[in-house]
Every structure is written in structure tokens, then in C-alpha cells.
Design a protein around this ligand. Structure first.
Ligand code: HGA
Length: 609
């Protein structure tokens, strides 16, 4: 999704803005632009395409300034054109960059047209620039004009604003989209994502919903949604610059797939130190968990599949009912609510708009306790939750989630076992076996990563196909879903996933010699059932690609290709089986030559609806 940056400093901020925008590129975008204050006035450079093209244009005119704003746009309103790219400028005096969607933009546009404003874009954003300009005329105060303007907007926004005659300050505001202020020495920054300010500072202040801020070189002044002055805590970001660099890898997705043993070990550290204690989820977790009669997991995309996997653990290990729902559906329906159901939200970024809104809805419906499992410290969803578990996957840049998924699984498994222990459903021997399984997990994942050369050969065959079917059973069914999603996202091959037992209820009709069928076949209690389902595919000429545990003694035969994954690791097997399907999608995408880290039409951190 779009990225916003702003900077005010004694030095030239143009390279800082461009560096910030480059670090936001991973979120997905279609055009980029900056506006800076020079002696000539507000100078703007915008380009459709990559930040590099916009950078070249800015360098060609030797743009330099001490104050400016920048943007990477992922179009929601108006086509991908230069006039629609941000920043938008009102009457040469006010420039604005915006993430989000202004829902009442049509009414505002009518009103502003009647006031004599001319529109040069099709975006919803342009109304913000004119509205601030309108109020700036009467207030001559950028911060106050921004405050008055945003109070008339409905929808979602993170904005950064500059004025022609205000070289000493920027204004910014947020509602429904993330925004933070990076605090430097005699210089300050504004960004939608911490990665954009990290090369300048680690000290960050996250703005809350409804906040409006005035940012000068030395000071930051914030008012909250009720127009009351407020202080926001200053945190030291734990994101490392190295995690934002590609290093020896070709793509962030490849890097992140290979980082999984470390991401899992880092996340495990706190669990192995403390054991299955509620304290892992926050100080109040012990008392809150006592009241829990069930769980409601809310998430989108890959996180939703982590939730589906967890359902098997929560019900099987903790003995609690568990409902899993897509956040964008839940937020708009009159769901049945048991106040004692623990609401668990899953979001890598902690900013996923649909999940944040679903969390609000769950609270409105009376749920008493909310828990966020999240990878980004201090982000919006954990801040809005009673309890939190931070996965320690490190920055995830690739649009297709990998290490965030497997560390979410780890967190959810730990939650299931912790609840089981609190409910006295866990004997000592089982607890020890779970701890052992966790200890061995990074090693088993590494073993699965070592299958990469074999998977690469399969991927070359997949790259030539137009469709694929993924099958799994039980707790591995969500891994089949995740495998199909990964393949769709980054190769654009149409892929579907089914519980293998469903084949004969419909999807078997799709099977012929052109349909590759990927089977997740761990050596668990459902193996014999899966084998029967594989026979059903073979009998119709379908070609099978089977990921089978070493100890399930599968071998290649006609129309059946087998890659043997590590020995069955028991209850944590879904985590291990997530690796080969990630690698398959990654290498198929390479073979097809798609843009792995920035697949078409998709974006990281989905902060618009
Ligand atoms: N609505 C604005 C900004 C879009 C956005 O935030 N995308 O993530 C536009 O279309 O320009």
C-alpha cells in the first residue's frame, strides 16, 4: 500500500525522502513523488513507475531543500497517472501526501468546486489539499488548518502537509492508517512505516487514531481526536537496518524463507525460558484466560490460514471451541458473541485495516478480552488489544508472507498449550514432549529448507502450467490452502486447495493430465486416507506431487513424484510442511519471471479497505 514520508532538517532532506520512499517500496505502489520547499516555492517531482525514475528526475533538476514530503502511491481513486500521483498541491500553497481513502470526497469536491477550487486529479486526496488551503486562509496556521480540515473528512487517512510560507514546520494527521514521527537531533521525520526513518533515527512516536501533530526541527506537538493536547510515548524501534537489506539473496521472499529457523528460534527464546505460562501473553493473561470459554480468531490472507491451523490445536489440545473468521467479513455482520470468547487477531504488521476494524467490532459486540499476535512492536492492533504476543520474525518485506506465518503458528501453538495447562488438561509428560518438539522445530525447518534443489526441479514444471490443485487433510489442510495462495500470489497460476476428502464432492471433475495435484502427506493418523485420495487422482490421470514425511515410505512411481520431508515431527508438522510449499511458489515464480517481492496488484500491509 501507499507510503508517506516527511522530513524537516538543517541538511538537504531530498536524499532522506528518497531513501525513505525506497524503503517503503516493498509495500507495493504504482507511482511516486516528492514536494520540497525551495526559493522557487513548492517544487514537485512525480513519476509513474519506480522510485528510481522519480529519483532520476529529482536529481536532474538538482532538487535540494530542508523541508519536504514524499509518497509512493497504490491507486485507489483515479488511474495510475502522473496527475494522480501525490503530492497534491492546492493553489501553489499547500502540498499533501495521503495514505487511505476519503469516503466523503465527492461531497467535499462539490463544496470545494463551489468555492472556486480547481481539480487537476481524479483522486480523493486532492480534496484534502484544497480543504486545508481553505482553512489556512482564515487561520494562517498550518496545524490548525489541518486539524479543521481532517475533522470534516470521513474515511481513512495518514497525511503529511507542508505550506509555501511555513519553512519551519510540517503538519500530519492519522485516522485508520498508521503514521509515526521519527525523532532526530535537531531534525524530525514523519512516515507511515518505521523502515522509512530508520537510517536517520530509531526513536519513534506512534500517533493514535484522530491525532494531529505539528512537527518542527526541534519540537513535536500532538493533539488527540478530542482536540486535547497529549503526549505519545517515544519508543526505540527494534527493527534493524540489516533486516531491511537484501544481503546475498536475490529477493526478500527468498531471504525471509531462509530466515525461518532464526525467526522461529528468536520467537522461541521467550517460550523456552518461561515455559507455557500465561505471562507470555501479558501481565493480565493469567486472570483473563481463567474466564475464557472459547476463542474467536480474526485475520486476513495468510494470517487467516494460521488461524485455521490453530483451530485444530486449540480444540484438540486446549479443549476449547475455536471459531476462525475472515476479518473483512466479520466486521460487517451481526455475529453471535459470547463475551467470554477470547478474541485473537493475527496481523504481521499490526496495521491491517480489516483486522483492526474487526477488532473494534468484536469489542462493540461485547467480547471482554482481546489478544493480538503481531510482528511489529507498538503497532496499532497490539496497542488496541488487552493482551499481546510479539513474534520475533524481524522485518518482513516480501509481499508474500513467509516467516511471519510460521512464527504466528508457533505463537498459536503456544497459546493452545498454555490454555490447556491453565485448564489442567496437560500432564507433565505431554508438556515435556511439546517443549522438546518446539526445541527441535528450527532444526526440522532447516531440514525442510535443504529440499530446495529438488523443489526447484518441480517448480520448473509448475511454471508451465495454468492451474494447480493442493490437497491436505486435518491440520495440514490450511497448509494446502497456504500453498495455493502462495502460488497464486507470486506466479499468477490459478491454484485451489481442498481438504483431500472433499475431492469426490466436486473438484475431482477438474482432474486430468494437465492438472498437477500437490499433496501434503505427513505420516500422521490420516495418511491412509490421503493415500486413498491420491488413488482417486491417479485413476483420473492426474499427476501427483507429494510432500511426504521421510518415515511414510512413499516412493516415485508413474505419475507420482515424491519429495521426502523430514521425519514426522508430530504436532508441529504444519510448520515444517509450510516450507516446501513456500519454496515451490518462490521457484515457480522465478521460472516464470514474475516480480516475486512485488507481485502485480498486491501490496504489503493492507491499510485500505
Ligand atoms: N486514495 C489515494 C491513496 C491510496 C492509498 O492509500 N493506497 O494505499 C489515491 O488513490 O491516491
Amino acid at each position: 500500500m501507499c507510503g508517506v514520508v516527511g522530513a524537516i532538517a538543517a541538511r538537504n532532506i531530498v536524499p532522506l525522502l528518497i531513501d525513505g520512499l525506497r524503503r517503503l517500496e516493498y509495500r507495493g505502489y504504482d507511482s511516486a513523488g516528492i514536494a520540497v520547499l525551495t526559493e522557487q516555492g513548492i517544487e514537485r517531482v512525480r513519476r509513474v513507475g519506480r522510485v528510481a525514475e522519480m529519483q532520476a528526475a529529482a536529481e536532474a533538476v538538482e532538487l535540494a531543500a530542508g523541508l519536504g514530503i514524499g509518497h509512493t502511491r497504490w491507486a485507489t481513486h483515479g488511474g495510475v497517472t502522473e496527475p494522480n500521483a501525490h503530492p497534491h498541491i492546492s493553489r501553489d500553497q499547500i502540498a499533501v501526501v495521503h495514505n487511505g481513502i476519503i469516503e466523503n470526497h465527492e461531497a467535499q469536491r462539490e463544496r470545494l468546486l463551489a468555492l472556486g477550487y480547481e481539480f487537476t486529479s481524479q483522486t480523493d486526496t486532492e480534496v484534502i489539499a484544497h480543504l486545508i488551503h481553505y482553512y489556512y486562509q482564515s487561520t494562517a496556521d498550518l496545524f490548525e488548518a489541518t486539524r479543521l480540515a481532517v475533522r470534516e473528512l470521513s474515511g481513512a487517512y495518514a497525511i503529511c502537509v507542508m505550506a509555501l510560507d511555513r519553512p519551519e514546520e510540517l503538519a500530519c494527521a492519522r485516522m485508520g492508517c498508521p503514521l509515526l514521527i521519527g525523532l532526530g537531533e535537531g531534525e524530525n521525520f514523519i512516515a507511515s512505516d518505521v523502515s522509512a526513518v530508520l537510517s536517520a533515527t530509531r526513536r519513534v512516536m506512534f500517533l493514535e487514531e484522530g491525532d494531529v501533530a505539528r512537527v518542527s526541527r526541534q519540537t513535536v506537538q500532538v493533539i488527540d481526536g478530542q482536540d486535547q493536547p497529549c503526549e505519545r510515548p517515544v519508543l526505540l524501534s527494534d527493527v534493524s537496518l540489516a533486516s531491511l537489506e537484501l544481503g546475498p539473496y536475490s529477493h526478500f521472499m527468498q531471504k525471509e524463507i531462509h530466515e525461518q529457523p532464526k525467526a522461529l528460534s528468536d520467537t522461541l527464546e521467550q517460550i523456552l525460558e518461561q515455559g507455557f505460562t500465561p505471562d507470555l501473553f501479558g501481565e493480565q493473561a493469567a486472570s483473563r484466560f481463567n474466564e475464557v470459554t472459547g476463542l474467536l480468531i480474526l485475520a486476513c490472507g495468510t494470517s487467516y490460514y494460521a488461524g485455521l491451523t490453530a483451530k485444530y490445536w486449540i480444540e484438540g489440545i486446549a479443549g476449547l471451541p475455536c471459531h476462525v473468521e475472515i476479518a473483512s467479513e466479520y466486521r460487517y455482520r451481526d455475529a453471535w458473541a459470547d463475551p467470554n470468547y477470547l478474541v485473537v487477531t493475527l496481523s504481521q504488521s499490526g496495521e491491517t485495516l480489516d483486522t483492526a476494524e474487526a477488532l473494534k467490532r468484536a469489542k462493540e459486540l461485547g467480547h471482554k478480552t482481546t489478544l493480538s499476535i503481531c510482528n511489529v512492536m507498538g503497532s496499532a492492533i497490539p496497542r488496541a488489544s488487552d493482551l499481546v504476543f510479539y513474534t520475533r520474525a524481524g522485518a518482513e518485506i516480501g509481499v508474500a508472507s513467509t516467516k511471519a506465518f510460521t512464527t504466528q503458528l508457533l505463537a498459536l501453538f503456544t497459546l493452545a498449550v498454555t490454555l490447556a495447562k491453565q485448564r489442567q488438561r496437560l500432564d507433565e509428560a505431554t508438556e515435556t514432549s511439546y517443549l522438546d518438539a518446539l526445541r527441535h522445530l528450527p532444526g526440522s525447518v532447516q531440514h525442510a529448507l535443504n529440499l530446495e534443489p529438488q523443489i526447484t526441479l518441480w517448480a520448473e514444471q509448475f511454471a508451465k502450467r495454468h492451474h494447480a490443485l493442493f490437497l491436505g487433510r486435518g491440520v495440514h489442510y490450511p497448509i494446502a490452502l497456504e500453498g495455493a495462495l502462495k502460488l497464486k500470489e507470486i506466479t499468477y497460476i490459478h491454484a485451489e486447495a481442498y481438504p483431500a476428502g472433499e475431492l469426490k464432492h466436486g473438484p475431482l471433475a477438474l482432474v486430468d493430465e494437465d492438472m498437477p495435484v500437490v499433496v501434503i502427506a505427513p505420516n500422521d493418523s490420516l495418511l491412509e486416507k490421503v493415500k486413498s485420495n491420491m488413488q482417486e487422482v491417479r485413476a483420473r490421470g492426474g499427476e501427483l506431487f507429494v510432500f511426504a514425511d521421510l518415515d511414510s515410505h512413499f516412493h516415485d512411481s508413474e505419475g507420482v513424484h515424491v519429495i521426502r520431508t523430514p521425519r514426522h515431527v508430530g504436532v508441529l508438522s504444519p510448520v515444517v510442511h509450510a516450507i516446501p510449499v513456500q519454496l515451490l511458489a518462490y521457484h515457480a515464480a522465478l521460472a516464470r519471471g514474475t516480480d516475486v517481492d512485488k507481485p502485480r496488484n498486491l501490496a504489503k500491509s493492507v491499510t485500505v479497505e
